[in-house]
Design a protein around this ligand. Structure first.
Ligand code: ADP
Length: 246
């Protein structure tokens, strides 16, 4: 599993810590949800987990070993990540998904399977060229997708990769609530058995996590299960405007 020990971080060339003394344990195969207002440090924490930056103080451990001790390519091979500003490759639909794992042959059925799991398959099947249809506006033969459709393709790319750790930053932000609810069951199903950290503003996503970490101005305001945090009537309950029964 992953463990964060007193993790603090400030961006190079800036004067302010954006993460302060974060402590959390994510046992192997469990799911942690990160919640908090914009600017509270959620994406930054995901960047540290990906080793795009290293903590300024404290450390992140994988199975007890500081992640800085692994060769970067070995560590990165073990993770799959979807950021909010994911890439829209101006290539075919199939290639867009295959970018998640270029070791998979172009015609492999795993590409269609991954698309099926995120609803991207329904979008791709309707394109004139199917999986061979070029996406995007850069080239004249490209078909442009909506934001939500691109997000499903990007999520399929993330699922193609059989990584043991998956980090998703607002994976369903571009979908409407109804479409998200339908996708959600399969997102969580796909993450079963994998260690996952999911940033989300959506209560439905967060509720299903094993543990929730609430960030306020870069600090851990509270953590626990959905039920515990609702009962605590603290920042989590306020964030989602949920009220306990007592
Ligand atoms: P969240 O994901 O919760 O919205 P972020 O992790 O994106 O929050 O941002 C946390 C803080 O770090 C914010 O104050 C933001 O302005 C700052 N920040 C984010 N990226 C950078 C960067 N590349 N350089 C300097 N400051 C940054």
């Amino acid at each position: 599993g992953l463990r964060l020990e007193n993790v603090s971080f400030r961006y190079p060339g800036t004067e302010r810590d954006v993460l302060i003394d974060i402590n959390a344990a994510i046992p192997a195969g469990r799911h942690l949800a990160l919640v908090g207002e914009n600017g509270s440090g959620k994406t930054t924490l995901v960047k540290l987990l990906c080793r795009l930056y290293d903590p300024v103080r404290g450390r992140i451990l994988l199975d007890g070993i500081d992640i800085r001790e692994f060769a970067l390519e070995d560590y990165r091979a073990a993770i799959s990540v979807l950021f909010q500003d994911f890439v829209r490759y101006q290539m075919t639909a199939g290639e867009n998904i295959r970018m998640g794992d270029v070791g998979v042959p172009p015609d492999d059925r795993r590409i269609g399977d991954a698309a099926q799991r995120t609803g991207a398959a329904t979008v791709i099947d309707r394109l004139p060229g199917g999986y061979d249809q070029r996406l995007g506006r850069l080239f004249p033969d490209g078909a442009e997708l909506s934001e939500g459709q691109w997000q499903r393709v990007a999520l399929a790319r993330c699922f193609l990769r059989q990584a043991s750790m998956v980090f998703l930053d607002e994976p369903t932000s571009a979908l409407d609530a109804k479409a998200e609810r339908r996708l959600l069951a399969s997102v969580l199903g796909n993450l079963a058995g994998r260690t996952a950290v999911v940033v989300s503003h959506r209560l439905s996503t967060v509720q299903a996590a094993d543990r929730i970490l609430v960030l306020v101005d870069g600090r851990m305001a509270e953590s626990g299960s959905h039920v515990q945090l609702v009962q605590a009537q603290g920042p989590y309950a306020a964030l989602f405007a949920v009220h306990g029964t007592s």
